[in-house]
Design a protein around this ligand. Structure first.
Ligand code: 2P0
Length: 351
């Protein structure tokens, strides 16, 4: 008897230009475009196996070994039914293919990074889910096409369909057909850039991204300024910096955008605080490190960025990494990152 099963994996991505706000909460259409770096180490991935079988009586999903409910009309159900719809189209064009779109699926997904790393797993999770169903269904779909579906699981997931430097174009169509991810440059274009993840706290965040960003959309005047007058120019400038491998410009824009994202969180009513005192102390350290370099006639040597939580991600050229790690360990002497990659640090992209 034929077995219909496929496994795929997808990595975490960290945004330099932040996605924060939806113009359509059901289709997950953003209020601004965003741009991220997909982390390329094996440590930070979701791996998902999907299986279709005529004996299954409903769609089921296990996450890290525990079954999760697939709520009717929810994000998971939407992704699965969209993938089945694409399979059905494929079967209509290829009548000899088995009718897998009629079968229920069982999906098993695992993250290989501990929750203690404090990284959101929805991006890699939904990207791996969509990739595994695409492999199961043998869909000849491009990563951009699949990103349209991953986006409906979690916005940031659409960017994890590509490696390297990835933009999520917000699009203008009300049906979301032009809101997908595109590659800005592959990883090999700029292998010198690395990311250090500094785990400041592994507490569960107080305000989820999904609810936090909608509160920002409803209450923040600063967000309106950001989406109209700031992000479009930053998207253009950072794409140019990436293409030119200009770390100075890349770093400047990345830090500005992290700052503005946390400013719009603060401008929300009631205000949202994601960074803590340690996060702010790491910012001060990176600012000082860059100041010393620039005053000596050099360039920026590191860029911090923070998502919806207190953990720092520091982007830097490879030649500065050891110095940065030593500096952080000196001022925050909790763990030796070289021995304990998920203590103070998760090292991503660092070899
Ligand atoms: C980002 N974040 O661009 C930004 C920066 C957090 C801060 O994408 O509601 O988990 O599932 O679409 O994708 C977090 O938002 O939200 C996020 P949903 P998601 O990476």
């Amino acid at each position: 008897m034929a077995v219909y099963q496929a496994t795929a994996s997808a990595p975490v991505n960290i945004a330099c230009i932040k996605y924060w706000g939806k113009r359509d909460t059901k289709l997950i259409l953003p209020t601004n475009s965003s741009l991220s770096v997909t982390l390329d180490q094996d440590h930070l991935r979701s791996t998902t196996t999907s299986r279709a079988d005529p004996s299954f009586t409903k769609d089921r999903l296990w996450l890290n070994g525990t079954e999760d409910e697939i709520k009717a009309g929810g994000r998971l159900a939407t992704c699965i039914s969209e993938m089945k719809r694409m399979r059905k189209e494929y079967e209509d064009q290829n009548p000899n293919e088995p009718k897998l779109s009629d079968f229920y699926v069982h999906i098993c997904s695992r993250n290989n990074f501990p929750t203690a790393a404090g990284l959101a797993s929805s991006a890699s999770g939904f990207a791996a889910l969509v990739s595994s169903l695409a492999a199961l269904y043998k869909l000849p779909a491009s990563p951009s096409k699949l990103s349209l579906i991953a986006r409906q699981g979690s916005g940031s997931a659409c960017r994890s369909l590509f490696g390297g430097f990835v933009a999520w174009e917000q699009g203008t169509s009300p049906d979301g057909s032009d809101s997908f991810a595109v590659e800005v440059a592959p990883r090999e274009h700029w292998p010198d850039i690395h990311a250090l993840i500094c785990v400041v706290s592994d507490d569960k965040k107080g305000t989820s991204s999904t609810s936090g960003m909608q509160r920002t959309v409803e209450t923040s005047a600063l967000l309106q300024h950001r989406i109209k007058h700031v992000v479009p120019e930053r998207m253009r400038a950072i794409s140019e910096a990436i293409k030119a491998r200009d770390f100075d410009a890349f770093a400047r824009i990345t830090m500005q955008d992290s700052n503005q994202f946390h400013a719009v969180a603060l401008d929300t009513e009631p205000p949202i605080f994601y960074m803590n005192d340690v996060s702010r102390a790491i910012i001060a350290l990176v600012v000082e490190y860059n100041r010393v370099s620039v005053e000596a006639g050099g360039k920026l040597k590191a860029a911090y960025t923070y998502d919806a939580g207190p953990n720092a991600v520091i982007y830097a050229p490879k030649e500065n990494l050891r110095e940065i790690v030593e500096m952080i360990v000196k001022y925050f002497p909790q763990a030796d990152p070289f021995k304990d990659p998920f203590g103070l640090f998760g090292a991503a992209g660092v070899t």
